[in-house]
Design a protein around this ligand. Structure first.
Ligand code: GLN
Length: 486
């Protein structure tokens, strides 16, 4: 059961080959036996999961089931889950049990899905390796000495290790696509505003967006169908109706124009990764697409721009964690000032503190115009580069990451080297565009991801391209060897 896609599992449930309780039990047992090797989950609540599965089974018996009824899904521990701890990978929220569900969680509940557990992540979603979690790093299922990518590393590892059929993640600068690439699975970051951010712990509010991580583009289409849509409680969520993402999966790629940004294929791209990317592009060409060279002239500015804007927004968002209302509180504070400083000193890890410092500096009077305002102006230019490209092409493609997964510890003491990992993903968030990563091969047994970037609200097109590719190739079906030779 554990090797099946969500689409296959839904069929199995509807044809009564197995029940949701059996399916959920199967994944709970796998988590129990195998997660000690990966550390991909922070919280699992077997009795709640099995109770939800039993309810789904009743619905299945009544034959009014949808494609997610009874499917266990793992959720990044950034989504508020009513009555279930939501830590965001931080000591600050280690004791936080939300009184309500995030809209994403509620939408999955309405679709009949089962909450399998909450996955490990970089603290407050800040990181590219999942080494910044208060709960310890996650190990990549393809090789446990490697990072799984971040910040949705727990979700990506759980799906790759087949501890969950699919998972949710969030992507502020690459955190769905990069771990998807490092773990050899399919991930989609939707257009900014496509999925509600209500109840998703905020990192950088103008960039954050939730999306699915799964084994196939078809599964991503199924999950996105449940997640996406207008939410009157999120003023940045879009009222544009959602298409049926599954309906167009099979469309022909004949005549599709794919833009290849010159800046994505030059220095900095690992040559062996480049070979795998080129082979994938050839495959898309064989499916009818044409490849067109394009240029994104402001690409060099994306890392500095992102690493001003994201920390600036983080510094304001994280000011709410002060020990007063919820979360960690230091013991026996002398006075209010001591309460704030000691609570924040104890509750936040190093990377989070670094971002708060950088962001507060960039927003302070006297520096605001030089840093934050300038970064916002450059952000507009970066976005315009993409809009100009989309005058010539339908989608943009390139590598998701400069190379395959790196070793645990290799970059954890070098923040700049870590930030460079995000070079191909950040601009997509700055421009508010949708982006996907799909597995397209291996470099020394490590998965490589192809990034597909779409026009605003062009998720259906991205899913269609990815699905057609996956129909003629089988990289997405490769599984890592399980520990103990299972
Ligand atoms: N790696 C980037 C960062 O550390 C992106 C993180 C994310 O997308 N949440 O900010």
């Amino acid at each position: 059961m554990h090797t099946k896609t969500v689409a296959q599992l839904a069929q199995g449930l509807q044809q009564k080959e197995f029940s949701s309780v059996e399916l959920t039990q199967c994944f709970l047992e796998r988590i129990d036996a195998l997660d000690p090797f990966y550390n991909s989950f922070i919280s699992v609540n077997p009795s709640a999961a099995l109770a939800a599965a039993a309810t789904a089974d009743e619905q299945l018996t009544r034959n009014n089931a949808g494609p997610l009824t009874g499917i266990p899904i793992a959720h990044k521990d950034i989504f508020c889950t009513s009555g279930m701890r939501t830590s965001c990978g931080s000591r600050m929220l280690d004791n936080f049990v939300p009184p309500y569900d995030a809209t994403v969680i509620r939408n999955f509940g309405t679709a009949g899905a089962v909450i399998l557990g909450k996955t490990n992540m970089d603290e407050f979603a800040m990181g590219s390796s999942n080494e910044n979690s208060y709960y310890g790093p996650v190990n990549n299922p393809w090789d446990t000495s490697l990072v799984p990518g971040g910040s949705s590393g727990g979700s990506a590892a759980a799906v790759a290790a087949m501890l969950a059929p699919a998972a949710t993640g969030t992507d502020t600068g690459g955190s769905i696509r990069q771990p998807g690439a490092f773990c050899g699975i399919t991930g989609l970051k939707p257009t900014y505003g496509r999925v509600s951010r209500l109840g998703m712990v905020a990192f950088a509010s103008s960039l954050d967006q939730a999306g699915p991580l799964a084994r196939s583009a078809e599964d991503c289409a199924i999950l996105l169908g449940a997640m996406a849509g207008y939410d009157k409680l999120d003023s940045t969520s879009s009222e544009l109706p959602c298409p049926n993402y599954r309906a167009t999966l099979g469309d022909s790629l004949e005549g599709l124009r794919i833009g290849l940004p010159r800046e994505f294929f030059g220095d900095g791209l690992d040559p062996a990764t480049g070979v795998a990317i080129d082979a994938a592009l050839k495959e898309l060409e064989a499916l009818g697409a044409s490849l067109v060279e394009v240029s994104l002239p402001h690409s060099k500015l994306t890392i500095p721009t992102y690493y001003i804007i994201a920390p600036a927004e983080a510094s304001t968002n994280l000011s709410r964690f002060d020990g007063v209302r919820y979360g960690h509180r230091c013991v026996e504070p002398k006075d209010l000032h001591d309460l704030y400083t000691r609570t924040r000193e104890e509750g936040f890890g190093d990377e989070v503190k670094r971002r708060i410092l950088v962001g507060t500096y960039a927003l302070s009077a006297g520096y605001y115009d030089a840093y934050y305002k300038k970064a916002q102006q450059v952000r507009r230019l970066i976005r315009q580069d993409y809009l100009d490209c989309f005058e010539q092409v339908d989608i943009i493609a390139g590598p998701t990451t400069p190379g395959p997964a790196f070793a645990l510890g290799e970059k954890s003491n070098d923040p700049l080297a870590m930030y460079l990992e995000d070079v191909y993903t950040l601009a997509v968030n700055l421009a508010g565009l949708p982006g996907m990563s799909i597995p397209v091969g291996f470099v020394q047994d490590k998965p490589v991801g192809l990034q597909l970037i779409g026009q605003h609200f062009g998720e259906a097109r991205l899913l269609n391209v990815a699905h057609r590719y996956q129909q003629t190739t089988d990289w997405h079906l490769a599984h890592p060897a399980m520990p103990k030779g299972e």
